[in-house]
Design a binder for this molecule. Structure first.
Ligand SMILES: [Zn+2]
Ligand SMILES: [Zn+2]
Length: 439
């Protein structure tokens, strides 16, 4: 905290008292902008503008260099606070230099406090909090500095700071240089699942997240073989293949295999992938070929053989972790798993069995039914045995799971000797949480 804190302006004080509910709600005060930045977070802990946000490092520099101008960095970011307290610098990092120069000039008036600084219609916008009226010279100097900064923002790429052009792009005004505009156009053409990947989310929004190819691996393939995976970048209006619609429909354990086959398929520039999926425990990669490019029979034969080899290799490779695996049956499905990953599937399946056993039962009915209690106990022991087979490296990959707790389920003091109410608690609380962790 700064040693000398300037008194809050009149407007601020009215604002914080104007919401009587703020005093009734028993919620912790959200961190201030300065505290967020110190923890490596953007204002309010989120970045409202994505890559159009001042970097954390530059935001910190500005509030440290001009503490009086940006004193709202220490105000509570409640809904009634001025936008700066909640959002910080809501413009791209390319404007850091001009905002820095502007701030130096504005600091000449010690009463001036920035209430909002943002990009609007492609230009820099700054609003101030109410403060005592400045002298006319200071007011003139402030206006001149602002006009200069706005004029500069009109010719400065908001993303990178190089000379840029103020223009309408996709219906919005912005200032971008040629390179940044091209990169943005490329991003805009991405498939929805690619957006998820670039945001660091699993490609599928559904329940296969633990199994899915990681975002890093998916991006490595797309960037490594851009022609082969060109459908990931195609315009949304083009015919949609399975790959364009859903991306890589395989587990991360098969990443190396997909990487190797991609390198071989990329030898034929006329090919592009239309589907990557698991079918009957094998990796399938389906391609389409541009018919206008003459075929090379020997390359065709080589690639066909390579695809068959790939299928064979996938049958021996755990789809979750990539270690050697075998075909396992679980429920109605077959899949390739190593021993520990198969045991993880068993934990998940046992949680599912427990859920079905206690479904619709109350504690009284459960306590009275020893057959169901024993069935739940057996499933818990099975979870304990499966957990015991997990080596430390694999346990570390699932840090949300209390492994020591699971280890104790199968021992002599384990589930077989637990009272009905303890079993009930496990079935109601721990098993559903465990099942969620393993999705
Ligand atoms: Zn640029
Ligand atoms: Zn495995």
């Amino acid at each position: 905290m700064s040693a000398k804190r300037a008194p809050k302006t009149k407007k601020l004080r009215t604002a914080s008292f104007s919401n009587p509910n703020a005093f009734k709600l028993d919620i912790p005060t959200p961190p201030t902008l300065r505290e967020c930045l110190a923890q490596g977070l953007f204002g309010s802990g989120i970045s409202p503008n994505g890559d159009r946000e001042m970097t954390i490092e530059h935001s910190k520099q500005l509030i440290e260099r001009y503490p009086s101008l940006y004193r709202l960095a220490d105000a509570s970011p409640v809904p009634s606070s001025p936008p700066f307290a909640r959002e910080g610098f809501a413009c791209g990092d390319g404007w850091f230099g001009l905002v820095d120069r502007l701030s130096a000039k504005l600091s000449a008036d010690p009463n001036l406090v920035v209430g909002q600084i943002k990009e609007k219609l492609g230009l820099l916008r700054v609003y101030f909090e109410l403060s005592p009226l400045p002298s006319s010279e200071i007011e003139e100097a402030t206006d001149a500095a602002l006009a200069e900064a706005v004029a500069e923002s009109q010719i400065t790429c908001e993303r990178c700071g190089k000379p840029g052009k103020h223009a309408q792009r996709g219906g919005y005004w912005s200032v971008e240089c040629g390179a940044c505009a091209a990169e943005e156009a490329r991003r805009k053409s991405l498939r929805p699942w690619m957006w998820r990947l670039l945001a660091g989310l699993p490609a599928a929004s559904g329940g296969r997240s633990r199994l899915d190819l990681t975002p890093e691996h998916a991006l490595a393939l797309l960037e490594g073989y851009p022609a082969l995976y060109r459908e990931a970048w195609a315009a949304p209006t083009s015919p949609v293949s399975r790959f364009a619609a859903g991306g890589f429909e395989i587990g991360d354990g098969w990443f190396r295999i997909v990487d190797r086959i991609s390198a071989r398929l990329a030898k034929d520039p006329a090919l592009h992938v239309v589907q990557v999926k698991e079918k009957y425990v094998r990796l399938k990669v389906h391609c389409e070929r541009d018919p206008s490019v003459p075929r090379d029979p020997s390359l065709d034969a080589e690639l066909k053989a390579a695809l068959d080899e790939t299928g064979d290799e996938s049958e021996r490779t755990c789809e979750v972790c990539g270690e050697p695996g075998t075909i396992k049956e679980r429920g109605r499905y077959f899949r390739v798993r190593c021993e520990p990953c198969d045991q993880i599937d068993e934990i998940s399946a046992a949680c599912g069995r427990i859920g079905k056993l206690v479904e619709g039962l109350g504690l009284a009915a459960f306590t009275a039914n020893e057959i169901i209690q024993d069935a739940v106990r057996l499933a818990m022991v099975s979870i304990g045995h499966a957990a015991a087979g997990q080596p430390p490296a694999l346990r570390a990959k699932l840090p949300g799971i209390d492994w020591e707790r699971l280890d104790r389920l199968s021992g002599i003091t384990g589930a077989m000797h637990m009272a009905a109410n303890e079993i009930w608690k496990f079935a109601q609380e721990e098993a559903p949480g465990l099942e969620r962790e393993l999705r």
